[in-house]
Design a protein around this ligand. Structure first.
Ligand code: S3P
Length: 428
């Protein structure tokens, strides 16, 4: 969340039963990309279902600073793209706020421009690792550096002639993959990125939809340079990462039956459904629609949950949902082991340490490990003062727990949920 916004603490009300239909806000990853790629396309991209969260508004503001006209109304966003080479030099540093997606994807685009740009953001983003993009971009001959030499933002990016590379990324990260593919649009020759495990593929789907040539084979995505992108209508489905809090609330609140409408269920994002079913959850996917980005209505009913093991190739498919899965594991019978999730340490907060400390404060039996958590569920949890560390997903995960456990739950900095889910507490 931008540092100049007022941050406040939130007291969580109790829920006794959740029944009815809800719609969650648009997918954050897809909303960011629609604005970015729409800006690089020729003509207008009309976005419906856009997420007006602080992160995506940061993306809009960055592209406006680079000369793109973007109209935003309550029900749509119009991006008047100027083509691959239509951006202009920003007059001041680009401020990405709290948004890792904005910073890492824009860096790939900026590496190919003929102007200088400086990228910065809030204290959280200035602690997050950027070497993961500096390394491959430098291999492509980009001139990008961390201003203070720490490998973190502020970043300075200067013009240079890029060439394509075949990059083997040590991390499964859609942000790294997307950054390199976007730089690849401005490079000489083709560019490919191979990941250890497939990460979300929204960039590949949307670039192809707008006219690029991106191919995927296994965990390798490749792009040809100088695509002619053409603006088109983009309908953003509901964010499964936001739906996750209501799936969780529906499962642990007695007497609940909740229908969450139009949720994006791209197979690179739907790991939570698989894990919850493994834990004994009663979840049904109804009315599946959409081609490139499939969506479905999801029906969830109160269920008694048991522990499970989560690790390996499923991790990138549910990385953002692990905080709320940890909450559910504390309510479940038996032990849940989360492994291969060291990436949690470099998200908006160190989500392993922060979730472990908060769940312990509520009375849970949780141990942090090098790459995850071990949660012995079934202990009675109580509300208390917990700390979001200004991490929106931590705040929302704890809020779900607070609605059903005894005692008053106050979330320090809880208003930070506006990053990805404006109106979250009202809906809860
Ligand atoms: C995102 C990718 C993921 C995810 C983040 C959004 C994206 O990050 O955690 O919330 O939109 O590409 P990494 O690529 O760092 O895993």
């Amino acid at each position: 969340m931008s540092t100049n916004k007022m941050i406040s603490d939130i007291t969580i009300p109790k829920n006794t039963s959740l029944r009815g239909e809800i719609t969650v806000p648009g997918d954050k990853s897809i909303s960011h990309r629609a604005v970015m790629f729409g800006s690089l396309a020729e003509g207008t991209t009309e976005i419906t279902g856009f997420l007006p969260g602080a992160d995506c508004l940061s993306t809009i503001s960055c592209f406006r600073s680079m000369g793109i006209e973007i109209e935003q109304t309550a029900d749509r966003v119009l991006v008047h793209g100027k083509g691959l080479h239509g951006l202009s030099r920003p007059k001041t540093a680009l401020d990405v706020g709290n948004s890792g997606t904005t910073m890492r994807l824009i860096s790939g685009i900026l590496a190919g421009q003929d102007f200088d740009a400086r990228l910065t953001g809030d204290p959280s983003i200035r602690r997050r690792p950027m070497r993961r993009i500096i390394t491959p971009l430098t291999e492509m001959n980009a001139r990008i550096r961390s201003e203070n030499g720490s490998g973190c933002a502020p970043l300075m990016i200067r013009p240079s002639a890029l060439h394509g590379i075949s990059y083997h990324s040590p991390v499964a990260s859609a942000q790294v993959k997307s950054c390199v593919l976007l730089a690849g649009m401005y490079a000489k020759g083709s560019t490919s990125v191979t990941e250890p495990v497939l990460s979300r593929n929204h960039t590949e789907i949307m670039l192809n939809y707008l006219g690029a040539n991106v191919t995927t084979e296994g965990t390798t995505a490749s792009i040809e340079p100088e695509p002619k992108l053409v603006g088109r209508a983009i309908n953003v489905p509901g964010d499964i990462s936001s739906a996750a809090y209501f799936l969780a609330a529906g499962l642990i609140t007695p007497n609940s039956e909740l229908l969450i409408k139009n949720v994006g269920v791209n197979p690179t994002r739907d790991g939570i459904i698989e894990v919850l079913r493994n834990m004994g959850a009663d979840i049904t996917l109804l009315d599946q629609t959409g081609e490139g980005e499939p969506a479905a209505d999801i029906l969830v009913r109160t269920s008694s949950l048991h522990g499970t093991e989560i690790g390996g190739a499923i991790i990138p498919r549910l990385i953002d949902e692990l905080p709320v899965i940890a909450v559910l594991a504390a309510f479940a019978d038996g032990t849940t082991v989360i492994r291969d999730a060291a990436e949690l340490k470099v998200k908006e907060s160190n989500r392993i340490d922060v979730m472990t400390a908060n769940l312990k404060a509520m009375g849970a039996d949780v141990t942090a490990t090098e790459d995850g958590m071990i949660i012995n569920g079934g202990r009675p949890l109580h509300g208390t003062l917990v700390d979001s560390h200004l991490d929106h997903r931590v705040a929302m995960s704890l809020a779900v727990a607070g609605t059903v456990c005894d005692g008053e739950m106050i979330i320090k900095g809880g208003s930070c949920v506006d990053i990805s889910f404006p109106g979250f507490y009202e809906m809860l």
